[in-house]
Ligand binder design. Structure first.
Ligand code: IDP
Ligand code: MG
Length: 134
């Protein structure tokens, strides 16, 4: 097993609903460490880059406006196999498939408003950490 860093972002619905503490507690309880964190307001260019893999989807404009609807908390999270481990802690993308006990399973109110982002590979983690933390 390897120590990895991943990019985690608490989305506007998480911040608005007052769930930052709850979600961070789950991350820390699992044994991951928060290496850096900052509140940000994202602009359209950075979101177009971050969600480029979804640019041709009909819901793409909705994701961009949702992610600009309020502040987000970007974080660098570190731990053993943190990229995959955080994806498991987060739960499935699809609202109805996110298992109870996962962050999305317990708190997401739809597939689009789903509380949390986490990098999907070590390669993307590196790109996303650079994108949001420089
Ligand atoms: P992920 O966040 O689990 O990595 P991605 O496929 O990378 O999932 O999608 C990025 C984000 O776009 C999702 O977290 C969600 O907010 C939104 N999204 C993905 N698929 C759908 C969909 O089918 N309908 C509405 N929003 C979606
Ligand atoms: Mg993704």
């Amino acid at each position: 097993m390897a120590t990895e860093r991943t990019y985690i972002m608490l989305k506007p619905d998480c911040v608005k609903r007052g769930l930052i503490g709850e979600v961070i507690a789950r991350i820390e309880r699992k044994g991951y460490r928060i290496i850096d964190a900052k509140m940000m307001r994202l602009n359209e260019p950075v979101l177009r880059e971050h969600y480029a893999h979804l640019a041709d989807k009909p819901f793409f404009p909705d994701i961009v406006s949702y992610m600009m609807s309020g502040p987000v908390l970007g974080m660098i999270v570190e731990g053993e196999n943190a990229v995959l481990g955080m994806r498991i802690l987060m739960g499935a993308t699809k609202f109805e498939e996110a298992a109870a006990g996962t962050i999305r399973g317990d708190f997401a109110s739809s597939t689009s408003e789903n509380i949390i982002h986490g990098s999907d590979s070590a390669e993307n983690a590196e790109i996303e950490i650079k994108r949001f933390f420089g």
